[in-house]
Design a protein around this ligand. Sequence first.
Ligand SMILES: [Zn+2]
Length: 251
Amino acid sequence: MSNFVPKPFNDLSKIALKKAETVVCWGKTLIVAPHPDDESLGCGGAIALLRKHNLEVGVLTMSDGTLSHPNSKKFPPEKLRDIRESEMIAALEILGVSSDKVKFLRLGDRRVPGENATDFTAAVETIKDFLAADQPETIVVPWRRDPHPDHRATWQIFSAANDLFDVKFRILEYPIWLWEMAETKDLPRENEIEIWRLDVSETIEKKQRAIHAHLSQTTDLIDDDPNGFRLSPEVLAHFAAPFEIYLEEIK
Ligand SMILES: [Zn+2]
C-alpha cells in the first residue's frame, strides 16, 4: 500500500512552496485535531512558527483517542484518555502553546459524528458557539477526504458550522492519512483546491520533538495490547519534511 501514493502526493517537488504567504497572514489561529497527535503531525511546524510571531494559537481536540490501544489492561479507556491528553499538552508546550489554550471535546474515538449521524447537528451547534466566542481568524482542520472517518467528520462539522456565519472564517486543511491510504476519489479534484507548501525548516526540530512527545503513539509505552496503534517509520517520514502541506478551497 505504501507504494500507492497517487498524484499529486507522489511528487512533492511539484507542489508550490508558497513564499508570498507566511503564517503571519493566518492571524489568531484555531488548530483542530480529531485525535491527540494530529496537531503535531499535520501542523506542528506552523504552530511553532505562529507562536514565534507571537500569534495566538488555540487547539481543539475532537475525540478522546481511546481506541489506539483498546485491549490494554494497564491503560483502560479513562487512563488512556488522560495519558493522551497529557501527551498533547506536553507536545503543545514544546510548540509554544500553553495548556489553557488547549480544549478537549472528548467525543468517542471513531465516533465523531459525520454529516449522516443523528448527533451531527448538535456537534455543529457546539462548534458554531465555540467559534462565535473564540473568533479565530484562521481555522485549520483535516483534509475533507482524509481516509479516517473522524478526520472527515471533523471537516464536515466545521464546514457546516462555518456556513452558519454571514462572514465566513478562513479554513485551511491538512493531510494526515492521505499520504499512505488515499484512494483516487480522496484526492483533490481539479479546480477544487489550491495546494501549497509552508516552509517550516525553522521549526522542524520542535515539530519532531512534539510528535515524539506522544509517547503512547510512538513508543512501546503501552506494551500489553498486541493490536495497539503505533505510528510507523513510513508514516512518520511524511511529517519529517521541512515543509507542511495545506489545502485551501478555491472560491
Ligand atoms: Zn487522527
